[in-house]
Design a binder for this molecule. Structure first.
Ligand SMILES: *[C@@H]1O[C@H](CO)[C@@H](O)[C@H](O)[C@H]1NC(C)=O
Length: 210
């Protein structure tokens, strides 16, 4: 009987001990678990913001006339435009992974919205967080716009307006998991003087997303 009592007592002591251990476990390891969870969430947020693929920034640094002549020779006096532009472009890759851009990338020239020339940009890659500088020489196809109804009025007004669009089409893949197709582009409005056969002004927009 005494033996039974003592074993009952010790069983209660064991149970009490277990309860204390349980409380201790909750106090220490519950806190640890909460901290680990918070750390995991913080790491996830950092991973999603830092490694989330971002759109590259494309800027037109300069735009020059490579060749330009606008004449209306006899006998037809139909305006003939010979033009090539030289654009200096910078592309910044803000990602923590390389940007691979495809041969779909190009600089295009438009005359009143009509495509009148295109210079492809060769495919390439920009390492993580680096900037690449490119030169693009784009020829204006004067023969394409001879039937454009704006040609004669523009020629007579002495101001020849064109616009350009430079776009690179690429892919960023972070840790081979986060992949994103991305397009960076910049457009410019250009005004050329027929009289002085020179560039009057150009205005380009800030890097845009398409
Ligand atoms: C270029 O001209 C078009 C039409 O006038 C205008 O909508 C556009 O905002 C201009 N772009 C820039 C970069 O000024």
């Amino acid at each position: 009987m005494a033996e039974w009592e003592s074993s009952k007592k010790s069983a209660a002591a064991v149970a009490r001990g277990r309860r204390n251990a349980g409380e201790r476990f909750l106090k220490c390891c519950g806190l640890t678990t909460a901290l680990l969870l918070m750390l995991a969430i913080a790491l996830l947020i950092i991973a999603l913001t830092v490694f989330n693929p971002k759109t590259p920034h494309l800027s037109i640094l300069s735009l020059h006339i490579h060749t330009f002549s606008a004449t209306s020779p006899p006998p037809s006096y139909t305006p003939t435009v010979k033009l090539a532009l030289n654009l200096r472009i910078s592309i910044h890759n803000p990602n923590y992974a390389a940007l691979h851009y495809s041969s779909d990338s190009a600089t295009s020239i438009f005359y009143h919205g009509q495509l009148a020339g295109q210079a492809p940009i060769a495919a390439g890659a920009i390492p993580a967080r680096q900037t690449r500088y490119l030169t693009s020489i784009v020829n204006f196809r004067g023969d394409k716009i001879v039937t454009n109804p704006n040609l004669l009025p523009d020629f007579n007004s002495g101001e020849f307006p064109i616009s350009t669009q430079t776009a690179i089409s690429g892919k960023v893949s972070v840790l081979k998991v986060l992949k994103r197709h991305t397009v960076a582009a910049s457009a410019c409005n250009v005004s050329l003087s027929v009289r002085s056969q020179s560039l009057e002004y150009f205005i380009c927009n800030y890097p845009t997303r398409l």
